[in-house]
Design a protein around this ligand. Structure first.
Ligand code: AMP
Length: 282
């Protein structure tokens, strides 16, 4: 496994692989690897000749007062875990190489970036789209691997890939969960013991919503209420948003129909957790 820091070294290594007709799979991450990241790497390993994983805590997707400086960073452990997954390349760029002085170009994905998480984290998806766009230009993979856990991120990136004609296939893999259902996240370690005990209520409430839809409840207001009540009854979590939206366009649905994304963000103290589930209309 090679750890490459420079864009030019990465590009020349990958150019040589491409010349030999090798397929390249790419998993962008912010490091602090957990089972969610590893599941993407495993899928990428199975389906490609060369696996590239980037580790870059992207400053432009953090707002003022968010956890950019305290975001968990553990290069040594990440490299150990990555080695076990038999990756070919870890791309570990510096902030200066991704954002040299006088960076003036950013990617804004209209409409779907401003809702849901984008409403309470202004500029977040601009940062995400920009860094993923830059990384796609640098790595030029055949296939990009993303996790369903970050559903809005998936929608934003898919839209960007379509709109800007990036020649890449996007694969979205299911959310990895703890045995009690809590979606695995680098931020779970910020939770107190009590908050950690309460946090599985997010997935429980989504499962209850899915069951209600299966039992023909089609009103998104009622579904939202069911989730809200379940969360407030069983936890101290403060809801940021709960929404039933079209899974592709992220536009709100009054009546559940087609492929629906039920998505939420809830704060436990200073820690904001997100989760979602996709329901197909019955
Ligand atoms: P991050 O390091 O948080 O930016 O995540 C890197 C990639 O891992 C993104 O595509 C995430 O959606 C994905 N990911 C994060 N958590 C999970 C999870 N629990 N299950 C599956 N994929 C995940």
């Amino acid at each position: 496994m090679q750890i490459l820091k420079s864009i030019s070294a990465l590009r020349s290594t990958l150019a040589a692989a491409r010349k030999k007709n090798k397929t390249i799979g790419f998993v962008p991450t912010m490091g602090a690897f957990h089972e969610g990241h590893l599941s993407l790497m495993r899928a990428c390993r199975k389906q490609n000749d060369i696996v590239v994983v980037s580790i870059f805590v992207n400053p432009t997707q953090f707002g003022a007062g968010e956890d950019f400086t305290s975001y968990p960073r553990d290069k040594k452990n990440d490299c150990l875990l990555a080695k076990k997954e038999n990756l070919d390349i870890i791309f570990y760029p510096s902030e200066k190489s991704i954002y040299p002085d006088r960076t003036l170009t950013y990617i804004d994905v209209d409409k779907i970036a401003g809702t849901l998480c984008g409403a309470s984290r202004p500029g977040h998806f601009r940062g995400v789209a920009t860094v993923v766009g830059k990384l796609l230009n640098i790595v030029a993979p055949d296939t990009l691997y993303l996790g369903q856990k970050d559903a809005q991120q998936c929608a934003v990136i898919q839209q960007m890939v379509r709109d800007l004609n990036f020649p890449v296939k996007v694969k979205i893999l299911p959310t990895k969960r703890e045995p009690d259902g809590l979606a695995i996240s680098s931020r779970n370690k910020y939770l107190s013991a009590q908050q950690r005990r309460e946090a599985p209520v997010l997935y429980q409430s989504l499962c209850l919503a899915k069951k209600a839809i299966r039992n023909r409840q089609k009103s998104s207001t009622k579904i939202n209420l069911l989730i809200q009540k379940t969360i407030s009854k069983k936890s101290s979590g403060k809801v940021d948003y709960i929404a039933c939206v079209d899974a592709n366009t992220l536009q709100p649905l009054k009546t559940i129909k087609g492929k629906t994304l039920i998505t939420l963000a809830v704060r436990f103290g200073r820690t904001r957790l997100i989760d979602n589930i996709i329901v197909t209309d019955v």
